[in-house]
Design a protein around this ligand. Structure first.
Ligand SMILES: [Zn+2]
Length: 299
C-alpha cells in the first residue's frame, strides 16, 4: 500500500527525530533533551513536549496568537510554487554552496521564521544536487498553523513550532541560518550558529511589490519604505560578507492576483475600498525587489 498510515508516519518521523536529539534544547530551562518512547521530547528537568501526529514538534509552552493566518500561508505557498521567488532561491543556493564547510560533515540549515515551509524545501531541493555530504533542514515558526501545513507537505525536514526569542535548539549547531522576509532575533542567531556558520537574511527592497502597494496605499507614507535601518542593524550584529539586490519583474497570471494580495501584511493597513480596487485592477506584472545579506559572527 502506497499510502502511509498516520501511525506509521508518526513512527517514521519519531525515528528520524531520534537521530537528532542533540539538536534540541529545552525552551524553558535550556537543558538537554531526550526522545522518550518515540513520542515526547523531555528535558533533564522533566519539561515535556509531544510529537504531533503530523510529525512536527510543538515547543511552545503556551499558545501564542499571531496575525498570520492559514489563508496567508496558503497564499504564500501558491506564489512560491509558481516560482515568483525563484531568483532569490537560486541566489541563496549559491551562497550556501559557496559557504559550505568541507565535505564529510552534514550541512545543517535552519530557516528561522519558515512559515509554511516552501522556501526551505525548495532551497534544500536545490542544494542536494551539489552536495554529497547530506543535509539537515530545520524549520522554526511561531505559527502552529504554518508548521502543520509544512509538516503535511514536506517530509525529511524537522518542523518545529517555537518562539525565536527562546529558540528550542542547541548552541553552535547550524552551518546556515536563513531568515527570509521574517523578523530576526540576532542574539539567538549568534548563539545557534556554528563558529564558521553564516546567517543569510532576506529583506524587502524599495520596489518590492510596488505595483500592488501603489493601489493599496496610493501616495501615502506607507507606500515608501527603506531597508537602511534593517541593514545597519544586521551589520552591527554580524560581519557583512555580501549584500546583493535581487530585483526583477514578473508577468502575472491573473489567478495569482488574489494570493498575491493575501500573502502579505500589506492588506492590514489599507481600506476595503482600495482592496476592492486591487482585485478589479488587472495587474499585468509585479516587481520583486529583495536584498539578500550574508554575514558571519564577529571573531
Ligand atoms: Zn526544561
Amino acid at each position: 500500500m502506497l499510502i502511509m498510515l498516520k501511525s506509521q508516519r508518526k513512527k517514521a518521523n519519531a525515528n528520524f527525530l531520534a537521530g537528532y536529539q542533540d539538536l534540541f534544547r529545552c525552551p524553558l530551562c535550556s537543558s538537554k533533551m531526550k526522545l522518550v518512547n518515540l513520542k515526547s521530547l523531555i528535558c533533564t528537568n522533566n519539561h515535556c513536549y509531544d510529537l504531533a501526529k503530523q510529525g512536527y514538534v510543538n515547543m511552545l509552552s503556551h499558545a501564542l496568537k499571531t496575525k498570520y493566518n492559514r489563508q496567508m500561508f496558503a497564499s504564500r505557498r501558491i506564489i512560491c510554487r509558481n516560482g515568483l521567488f525563484g531568483p532569490m532561491i537560486n541566489k541563496i543556493r549559491g551562497l550556501i554552496t559557496a559557504g559550505a564547510p568541507p565535505r564529510g560533515e552534514q550541512l545543517k540549515i535552519l530557516d528561522a521564521g519558515c512559515g509554511e515551509g516552501s522556501h526551505l524545501a525548495m532551497i534544500l531541493g536545490k542544494v542536494t544536487h551539489n552536495s554529497e555530504t547530506g543535509l539537515l533542514g530545520v524549520g522554526l515558526d511561531i505559527s502552529k498553523e504554518a508548521i502543520i501545513m509544512a509538516s503535511k507537505e514536506y517530509k525529511d525536514i524537522i518542523w518545529c513550532v517555537g518562539d525565536l526569542a527562546g529558540a528550542p535548539f542547541a548552541g553552535d549547531y547550524f552551518d546556515f541560518i536563513l531568515n527570509i522576509l521574517a523578523p530576526a532575533n540576532y542574539a539567538e542567531f549568534k548563539r545557534m550558529i556554528a563558529p564558521h556558520g553564516r546567517v543569510i537574511k532576506v529583506i524587502p527592497g524599495r520596489d518590492y511589490l510596488k505595483e500592488l502597494r501603489n493601489i493599496l496605499y496610493g501616495q501615502t507614507a506607507k507606500q515608501h519604505y527603506s531597508n537602511e535601518d534593517t541593514l545597519e542593524l544586521f551589520k552591527s550584529n554580524f560581519a557583512l560578507l555580501e549584500v546583493e539586490r535581487v530585483r526583477y519583474n514578473v508577468t502575472l497570471d491573473q489567478t495569482w492576483l488574489e494570493p498575491l494580495i493575501q500573502m502579505t501584511p500589506l492588506t492590514w493597513g489599507t481600506t476595503q475600498e482600495r482592496l476592492l480596487k486591487a482585485r478589479k485592477e488587472e495587474l499585468s506584472d509585479v516587481t520583486i525587489d529583495l536584498t539578500i545579506l550574508a554575514g558571519k559572527k564577529h571573531h
